[in-house]
Write a protein that binds this ligand. Structure first.
Ligand SMILES: Nc1ncnc2c1ncn2[C@@H]1O[C@H](COP(=O)(O)OP(=O)(O)OP(=O)(O)O)[C@@H](O)[C@H]1O
Ligand SMILES: [Mg+2]
Length: 255
């Protein structure tokens, strides 16, 4: 069963063809990676999938529903969450508040309830806090709930971002370079976090430059170069693909 299908998705910026005719199918509950040299169109593709960018042409289907061109909040509400290439946390809020605010985008209160802080509100708030601890535990941050997010070490901030995205209870989680700038032990922590998220039944799509991580974790890999899909397949198939080897040897990646 495919949870996400793209058909000939293209995105042009003026004369630049950032993404060109990209089609792929992502299986439910899989870990898929999108790889490719700098400027290959990976982030642009994520932006198309999450409604931040409207594809110039082509379709995106989430559980067979055409979501192409829907605005980001609608895509998020349907069950697709993401993290960004650069950190986007509320650094002057605590770790747990960062997660709780993400849950609040899912759970809607009546304004009046929020203002009156009535009994029911307090009960719900306690339930949300309890649930938030579960997401923090997944990120290994349960002992840092009251630390300001901005004071966390870099690796922990990135895991908090993943926890925050998960707190919106998505079916698909898109991670744009979750291990960029990490040391090997921080990278291992993220890798095991991603595997745990898969065990929770989620589908993960990841943009990643760390080939050891990609090859070790992915069920499926899509390779982009100059906006075009040049290969896709299992890690073993992609590793030995001539076009992929050329794309990587021909260029320096800076990440
Ligand atoms: N908003 C934009 N306006 C104009 N051009 C853009 C815009 N966003 C991306 N591009 C261009 O589209 C191409 C693909 O960029 P994109 O950021 O998607 O690549 P990427 O694969 O994520 O690269 P990296 O590995 O460096 O993050 C690049 O040539 C980039 O300059
Ligand atoms: Mg990018």
């Amino acid at each position: 069963m495919y949870i996400l299908v793209t058909k000939e998705v293209s995105k042009q910026f003026g004369g630049i063809k950032a993404v060109e005719g990209v089609s792929f199918k992502i299986s439910n509950n899989s870990i898929a990676s999108i790889i490719g040299p700098n400027g290959a169109g990976k982030t642009t593709l994520f932006n198309c999938l999450t409604g931040i960018t409207k594809p110039s042409t082509g379709q995106i289907y989430f559980r067979e529903r055409d979501i192409s061109g829907l605005p980001p909040h609608k895509v998020a509400h349907l069950g697709i969450a993401r993290t960004f290439q650069n950190i986007r946390l509320f650094s002057d809020m605590t770790v747990i508040e960062n997660v709780m605010i993400a849950q609040h985008t899912r759970i809607r209160y009546g304004l009046l309830g929020a203002v009156l802080r009535d009994r029911q509100f307090k009960i719900r708030e306690a339930a949300i806090r309890e649930k938030a601890y579960e997401f923090l535990a997944l990120a290994g941050l349960e002992d840092h709930a009251d630390t300001y997010a901005g004071e966390l070490p870099y690796g922990s901030q990135r895991r908090l971002e993943i926890a925050r995205a998960l707190a919106t209870e998505p079916e698909i989680l898109l991670l744009d370079e979750p291990t960029a700038g990490m040391n090997p032990s921080e990278t291992r922590d993220v890798m095991s976090m991603i595997k745990t998220i898969q065990l929770l039944g989620k589908t993960i799509i990841l943009i990643e430059h760390d080939m050891r991580l990609v090859m070790g974790i992915s069920d499926w890999i899509v390779v982009l170069d100059h906006g075009v899909k040049i290969a896709e397949g299992t890690p073993d198939a992609v590793k030995n693909d001539t076009l992929v080897i050329e794309a990587y040897l021909g260029k320096e990646t800076t990440h």
